[in-house]
Design a protein around this ligand. Structure first.
Ligand SMILES: Cc1cc2nc3c(=O)[nH]c(=O)nc-3n(C[C@H](O)[C@H](O)[C@H](O)COP(=O)(O)OP(=O)(O)OC[C@H]3O[C@@H](n4cnc5c(N)ncnc54)[C@H](O)[C@@H]3O)c2cc1C
Length: 643
């Protein structure tokens, strides 16, 4: 970033203080929308010591998928399902999750350095200012002025504080909020042990201590040991509960401290001893854990906080970085949605800088939307995190009672409750915010950009001022029109005829014309309007609402909801949908009843990208594909902006 000069204050619409996991993810998602934030970080190099391994739960993975990083990170890590809890002797499980990995409860475990490196390398280097510290922050009438440690002055319309636990940005707006010591430290290391790397992850509970192992990419495994005592005293006396540590920094431990650590965890079974022993002391780090209280306010004026800066918490549920990633996507999405709305309201050409300079717009349309969408989720996790340590640390009778209590429950019921609590903590039915490019990008990720131009245009069209009498598309929203051909074959029986009548599909049609109008709503759902015109000029229309939830594609037709699983084929240009169930929505309620399998047709569809559009083939069948009742296929050949 050599262009920045000290003499003249330079303006950037968005400045991010902190290029850690949250700041970089925010920066990357902004670039997907075409905004160019400047990220400033005091460190020249990222500190790979903090947190040797890191676990990213389903929501964070979904968010990273939107940024095109999921595949790369998958290759460098291991996806596991949730860890179970064990007693300290490691002889028994107290509670285990079900061994079902789904999108929400899967956890991608990898080296923290790998995640940070991937994020940093994916972000444009000319928007990254490294080795510079934000020293002063001043909020003026219509902008924020910041001064760096070398005297450089920068101005911005939106300052994002992604500067972690000891956030300078937070101190500038809420000086009364201070991190507090949680009362324990995390010791962490990575050991090479293929057997452990491939076995089930766990956390064991003993008096004032917890110990866990999580598999990383074979043969590595990540271990952590949590203790309330100052171990230097423990080996000499009866063990003192540690007062507030002198420094909150992560430090490498000495050989002597490693010996003390081994002694401190000697009653945690052979396994604990073995992994600690096999890790060199210079590769073991200690981090005293600090937390923030639940903050009611996350912003002031044009300054907003993200990640640890507003909800730093102990890593007991491996959620801090996940929440920072989710925050990042939400904030960039709130900016995009606010701009989209504004450009429609004023009938303006999309003007980013103009909107960002208006204080009310930034405060009321962007920041309040972001805070409202994120705060409750963070507060729930902040409430649950200390409980894990409180339950895990129990001693003596309380420990015995806890273990007996867990063992007394039936396995299935316990697993059910555990899975549900876990889901709750992970955001229940979290779906990463739509990055604005339409459903297909959202489902198949950035591979969408490898699709032919026609198909991409179709899904990322800009608002148009056109009017069309022929087809109902809301041109005030993101929308577009396409056309192609369609052939329909169906069985000529009462039942199929009734379905066709209900859906307003033509009964057989050979190489007729199909016109599509798609309107993209703010929540990312798309209204698809289809018009079929046969060779005699007879017109049939059929509309549906499509959206994605928990990475499944939903299609609503009248009061029926079809839930489809989506598979992508290796060449990135072909994908399949397959129905998993059809539901009936009871009017005026949120209730849905599943249609029995023998009544609901199985729907299989295939879409193949072509030069200007795509080919499609949809089949409806009964008895698990044995009895084909309807085929609907053709090609979309024209995707036009100026229809
Ligand atoms: C032992 C341990 C294990 C953990 N394990 C997990 C886990 O498995 N899963 C999980 O989700 N989370 C985990 N976490 C939590 C996770 O590390 C944090 O929540 C996450 O790093 C927060 O990201 P952030 O971007 O908000 O802040 P940070 O990662 O702290 O980044 C802040 C950045 O701001 C920069 N900065 C600070 N001040 C300034 C300034 N004045 N000027 C310029 N730059 C500045 C810093 O250099 C830094 O790069 C763990 C934490 C610990 C301590």
């Amino acid at each position: 970033m050599s262009q920045i000069t000290k003499q003249v204050a330079q303006y950037f619409p968005i400045i991010v203080c902190g290029g850690g996991i949250g700041g970089l993810t925010f920066g990357l998602s902004c670039t997907k929308y075409g905004f160019k934030p400047l990220i400033i970080d005091q460190a020249k190099e990222f500190d790979s010591k903090v947190g040797q391994g890191i676990g990213l739960w389903g929501p964070a993975q979904m968010a990273l998928k939107q940024l095109g990083l999921e595949k790369k990170l998958d290759e460098d890590g291991r996806v596991m399902f949730c860890a179970g809890y064990r007693s300290k002797q490691l002889d028994d499980w107290l509670v285990r999750p079900s061994n079902r990995i789904d999108r929400l409860t899967s956890c991608l475990c990898l080296r923290r350095g790998t995640l940070q490196k991937t994020l940093r390398e994916s972000f444009p280097s000319d928007q990254l200012l490294l080795g510079k510290r934000v020293e002063q922050i001043e909020q003026l009438d219509n902008l924020v002025r910041i001064t760096l440690n070398d005297g450089t002055i920068l101005e911005t319309s939106l300052l994002v504080g992604a500067d972690g636990l000891h956030s300078k940005v937070r101190q500038s707006i809420f000086p009364e909020i201070q991190p507090r010591y949680a009362g324990y430290s995390y010791y962490q290391g990575v050991s090479n042990n293929s057997e452990l790397s491939n076995s089930a992850a766990f956390e064991a509970w003993g008096a004032y201590r917890r110990f866990g192992i999580v598999g990383l990419k074979d043969p590595q495994c990540y271990w952590f040991a949590v203790g309330e005592h100052n171990i230097s005293f423990f080996s000499q006396s009866d063990g003192l509960i540690e007062d507030e540590p002198k420094s909150s920094k992560t430090e490498v431990i000495s050989e002597q401290e490693k010996e003390e650590l081994l002694y401190y965890f000697k009653d945690f079974g052979k396994l604990a001893n073995q992994v600690i022993n096999s890790t060199k002391s210079e590769e073991i780090v200690k981090t005293p854990i600090y937390e923030l209280p639940k903050m009611k306010e996350w912003s002031q004026g044009r300054i907003v906080l993200l990640g640890d800066a507003c909800h730093a918490m102990a890593p007991n549920l491996a959620q801090g970085a996940c929440l920072a990633i989710e925050d990042a996507l939400q904030l960039s999405s709130s900016i995009y949605q606010a701009l989209l709305k504004e450009s429609r309201n004023r009938n303006l050409q999309y003007s980013f800088e103009q909107c960002m300079k208006e204080t009310d717009f930034v405060k009321n349309n962007i920041i309040s939307n972001y805070v409202q969408k994120r705060r409750l989720r963070a507060h729930i996790v902040q409430t649950l995190v200390p409980m894990v340590h409180q339950i895990g640390r129990l001693d003596g009778r309380a420990e015995q009672f806890r273990n007996a209590f867990f063992k007394a429950w039936s396995g299935k019921f316990k697993t059910f409750i555990f899975d549900k609590t876990h889901q709750f903590c992970l955001g229940w039915s979290y779906t990463a915010p739509n990055l604005g490019q339409g459903l297909y990008t959202r489902i198949i990720g950035p591979n969408f950009y490898n699709y032919p131009k026609g198909l991409v245009d179709f899904h990322i069209n800009k608002p148009k001022q056109l009017d069309s009498k022929q087809i109902s598309v809301d041109f005030n929203k993101q929308s577009c029109v396409a056309e192609g051909n369609c052939t329909i074959y169906s069985d000529n029986n009462y039942f199929v005829n009734a379905v066709e009548k209900l859906l307003q599909l033509p009964q057989n049609m050979n190489n007729g014309k199909v016109i599509l109008g798609v309107t993209c709503n703010e929540d990312g759902s798309e209204l698809w309007y289809r018009q079929f015109i046969n060779s005699c000029g007879q017109v049939n229309t059929f509309d549906s609402l499509q959206y994605v939830k928990e990475e499944k594609l939903y299609e609503e037709i009248f009061n029926f909801v079809i839930v489809m699983r989506l598979e992508e084929k290796g060449d990135n240009r072909t994908f399949y949908h397959q129905s998993e169930g059809i539901y009936f929505k009871i009017p005026f309620t949120n209730l849905k009843i599943k249609i029995p399998q023998f009544l609901a047709p199985k729907i299989k569809a295939e879409t193949i990208g072509t030069e200007n559009g795509w080919k499609y083939n949809v089949e409806l069948s009964y008895l698990n594909g044995k009895y084909n009742v309807l085929t609907y296929k053709g090609e979309i050949t024209k995707v036009q902006n100026n229809y």
